[in-house]
Write a protein that binds this ligand. Structure first.
Ligand SMILES: [Zn+2]
Length: 253
């Protein structure tokens, strides 16, 4: 167990060094998705996690509250292919991207840092969860975060995701690069055209707010076998939905 813990911590440190969004875990209490360290207790585990409980703009949410198309941001996607670098941080399987891939959101560039997976989905629609969800995490030069999410359902094979599933670590490990495996983020996440958008937070401690969320209306396909493999590698890692409160959620057009 000790060796595994060391591996998880070093993966976090490397992620931070790479600019990943698995923010500030090193030296913090262990958190998890169940039991005494589960989501309902995150805010009590460390003062830095207080917003997980006290925050009024937390993620995920049930997107079904949005009943009318709202004003959506303009988003232009500029992703580029790169060799696969993948890690398991003890909570999720994460692909590290550091090659200048970016989105331009209402005229402001946000660099793609990484993308990672949740099984089942974190967002819901009218109470319904999907088998999985992928989050593309972007950061602006000023440190603002923007996440494009997409549901994943078990309807069909997905060649763009198959390599990631094939190389996904099944236990916590530092990043490994497979130079002979090229991934193309634009073939995994289509440019958002129909999507929900709202202001929310990181869905893992420290649950920092001010995150611009866009969740694609159309789910991505992935074979049931590949979803099961991801789920087995990560275990259930979905934070329950939080109250929408006073926020406006823009529905897909
Ligand atoms: Zn996520």
């Amino acid at each position: 167990m000790f060796g595994r813990k060391v591996a998880a911590v070093s993966a976090t440190l490397v992620t931070l060094a790479w600019g990943g969004a698995a923010l500030a875990e090193a030296g913090k209490p262990a958190w998890s998705y169940e039991g005494d360290n589960g989501p309902a207790r995150w805010s009590a585990l460390a003062s830095e996690f207080a917003v997980c409980g006290a925050g009024k703009e937390q993620s995920p949410i049930d997107l079904g509250v949005a009943d009318a198309p709202g004003k959506q941001p303009r988003v232009v996607v500029e992703y580029k292919p790169l060799p696969l670098t993948i890690l398991h941080n003890g909570h999720t399987v994460e692909v590290v991207v550091a090659n200048g891939s970016r989105i331009v959101l209402d005229g402001k560039p946000y660099e793609l840092l990484q993308f990672h997976f949740h099984t089942p989905s974190e967002h819901k629609v009218d109470g319904k969860a999907y088998p999985a969800e992928v989050h593309f995490v972007h950061r602006s030069a000023e440190g603002g975060l923007a996440v494009i999410g997409a549901f994943i359902d078990g309807t069909a094979a997905n060649r763009a995701l198959a390599d990631i599933v094939a190389y996904a670590p099944t236990t916590a490990t530092a990043p490994r690069t497979y130079t002979w495996v090229t991934i193309d983020p634009s073939r995994i996440m289509p440019p958002p055209t129909a999507f929900w958008s709202y202001g929310g937070s990181l869905t893992t401690p420290p649950c920092s707010e001010g995150v611009r969320w866009m969740v694609q209306k159309a789910p991505l396909p992935l074979s049931r076998e590949h979803i099961a493999a991801l789920s087995k590698a990560m275990g259930p890692n979905a934070r329950p939905v939080l109250p929408v409160g006073a926020r406006q959620v823009a529905a897909p057009r």
